[in-house]
Design a protein around this ligand. Structure first.
Ligand code: NI
Length: 177
C-alpha cells in the first residue's frame, strides 16, 4: 500500500465524469486501500477516485468512526438546506461557507457487493454530496455564489502565476543564469 499524489484544480481529470464499476475485483480493493491511506495522510474526510487520477465511480470517506468505501454512489433525494465551511484536497488551503441540502439519501454498494441505502444529514450528508460531485466532474468552486467564485478564480490564478514564477526562477538557477 502506498499513498498517491492528489490531483489539484486545473487538472482535467477532475472535471471529467467517472465510469461505473462493473466488478469489484482485487484491483479495486487495492485501489480502495491506497485511497484510504492517501485520505488519512492528507488528512481529509473524503476522497474520490478521480482525485488520484482514476476515472471510476468510487469514493472513500471517514466521518470520524473509521474509513468506508462506496462503489457506484448516487444521491437519489435531498432535503433542506445547511450552510457549512467546506474545503477540498484538490483545492488545498481554501474553504468557503457553502449552502447545500442538509439531508441526502445515498445509494451505492460496499466492497462485498451489498447494496447501501444511507440517509445522511449535516457533516456526513455534506461529505456524500461533495464526493458524488467529484465523481460527476464537479468541483466545489461550482457551488460557490457569484462573489465567492469571482474571488476564488482570482486567488487560484494568482497562485498559478506564483507557481510558474517559482518554476521559472528554478529553471534559471538550474541553467546558472
Ligand atoms: Ni474534494
Amino acid at each position: 500500500m502506498s499513498t498517491l499524489p492528489i490531483r489539484t484544480y486545473g487538472d482535467p481529470v477532475l472535471t471529467a465524469v467517472t465510469s461505473e464499476i462493473d466488478v469489484v475485483d482485487g484491483k479495486i480493493v487495492a485501489l480502495v486501500h491506497s485511497m484510504i491511506e492517501t485520505m488519512n495522510e492528507a488528512p481529509g474526510v473524503g476522497l474520490a477516485a478521480n482525485q488520484i487520477g482514476v476515472q471510476k465511480r468510487l469514493f472513500v470517506y471517514d466521518k470520524g468512526d473509521g474509513p468506508r468505501a462506496v462503489v457506484n454512489p448516487v444521491i437519489v433525494e435531498t432535503f433542506g438546506e445547511w450552510p457549512y465551511e467546506e474545503g477540498c484536497l484538490s483545492v488545498p488551503g481554501l474553504s468557503w461557507e457553502i449552502v447545500r441540502p442538509n439531508a441526502v439519501h445515498l445509494r451505492g454498494y460496499d466492497l462485498d457487493g451489498n447494496e447501501l441505502d444511507i440517509e445522511a444529514v449535516e457533516f456526513e450528508g455534506r461529505i456524500f454530496q461533495h464526493e458524488v460531485d467529484h465523481l460527476n466532474g464537479v468541483l466545489l468552486i461550482e457551488r460557490l455564489n457569484d462573489d465567492q467564485r469571482r474571488e476564488a478564480k482570482i486567488t487560484l490564478r494568482e497562485r498559478r502565476l506564483e507557481i510558474s514564477k517559482n518554476d521559472h526562477d528554478g529553471l534559471h538557477q538550474l541553467l546558472g543564469e
